[in-house]
Design a protein around this ligand. Sequence first.
Ligand SMILES: Cc1cc2nc3c(=O)[nH]c(=O)nc-3n(C[C@H](O)[C@H](O)[C@H](O)COP(=O)(O)OP(=O)(O)OC[C@H]3O[C@@H](n4cnc5c(N)ncnc54)[C@H](O)[C@@H]3O)c2cc1C
Length: 438
Amino acid sequence: MVSIIGAGITGLVLGEYLQWADIPFRIHEASDRIGGRLHTLESDGFLLENGPSFLDLDDNLFGFLERIGLSNQMIHAYAGARKKFFVRENGTQPLPEGIISVLLGNYFSGKAKEMIWNERFKQGNWVQRESVEAFCRRRFGEEVTRQALLPLLEVQFAGNGGELLLEEAFPQLARFEKDYGSVRKGWSRTRHANRHRGRISFPKGLQQLTDTLGERLQGHIELNCPLTSLGFGERIELKFGDRVEHPSAVVLALPAHELGKMPRSSFPEVAEGMSQVNYASLAVVHTALNRSQIKHPLNGQGLWFPHTEDGPAFHTIFSSSLFPQQAPSGKVLLTSYVSGIRQPEWLEMSDAELGKKVLTALEPLGLSGDPLFQQITRQPAAIPQYDSAILASRVWLRKMELKRIYLGGNWLGGISVSNCVQRARDIAEKIIGRRPAN
Ligand SMILES: Cc1cc2nc3c(=O)[nH]c(=O)nc-3n(C[C@H](O)[C@H](O)[C@H](O)COP(=O)(O)OP(=O)(O)OC[C@H]3O[C@@H](n4cnc5c(N)ncnc54)[C@H](O)[C@@H]3O)c2cc1C
């Protein structure tokens, strides 16, 4: 029997693969619901995503969705969704897409355009353990880093680009430089590598994915069943309160800090390593408005702020533009993600104060009047930071796998849902002994 700990996307996808391979398994979930970070709520006809707002489709994810019968339910984000608006002195301006618009447009200064053009010809000069911020500055210079790259990259981790390690957080960028000599060259040669691309959701929001998996795995999931202790001497020992189990293998598909909290007697160094992993807390602020209350056409993915010392450090997705079914007709939904790493003081505010701060920062969109409602969810320790502290947790991976203890979860191998699906598949392959078919 394989025990999977945690019924987030990683644990559920793994369960699906083990079920396919006829390997007996059980999923133990601490809370009273499955899905982990994927959490969609309905309110007054709006679909509110409290976790991820969309999935980045790739061939692996598509294959998985096809296998569980969800590929024909996918809703692709509307075609203009690639456009990203930035707050500028006179309101908002879209970031130019493609080199021609960069060179012909007025978003960047002449010097910055020259840096972007020359990046293609700049020698790769690989630096170990380089931060995301240092890498961007080295390749593209100060202006492009602050006015575009850093805000776009940081929000993915709700983190600080000065701390995030490039090779851990954005390995594809590191590979572009190593393998192709430049980010621009690597990007243009690999951007069509996946046949299935784009941003997607489902008619009932992203939770439809985990709900579908929950139905398929009925009878295999135990809710309200937190793992309280893990031991691995002669054999694996799991404790769920007073109950003790000895599975043949265990997959820990839960946040690193949850493992760090466990009694340390049988694995002190591992638990210590896990407890060192840094996490960003964040607040998700949904703002619902009548369409007439907002001047901006909202014809893009969302709004970002340039990276400054004292400016707002959050970004806002135009949720109802990406997926119109997420708001009733004539209304709009904006979803803002406020980082507790770059802006800890914002997370200390009351809901009323935080809601107001977000509305003030969104003024460049031309808002008027009070919103229909704002809904705020605070998420402590929500996103692992791929900084130097995370490296220690990797040391134990191989050692634990030799004892048939597999580490899953979003602090290894990427934080996106697509990354979690891929990691679950990799672990399934190790347990089954062959690659599971999609
Ligand atoms: C606000 C936010 C926005 C995001 N936006 C995006 C996005 O737009 N696109 C994207 O692709 N990704 C996004 N992500 C990232 C992505 O959602 C997560 O990385 C992914 O869902 C994590 O899945 P997981 O299964 O690894 O962990 P989790 O979802 O954290 O699941 C872990 C499970 O383990 C359970 N658990 C914890 N302790 C125990 C215990 N002791 N015993 C048993 N069970 C336990 C928890 O209750 C939980 O159900 C976002 C994340 C957040 C927080």
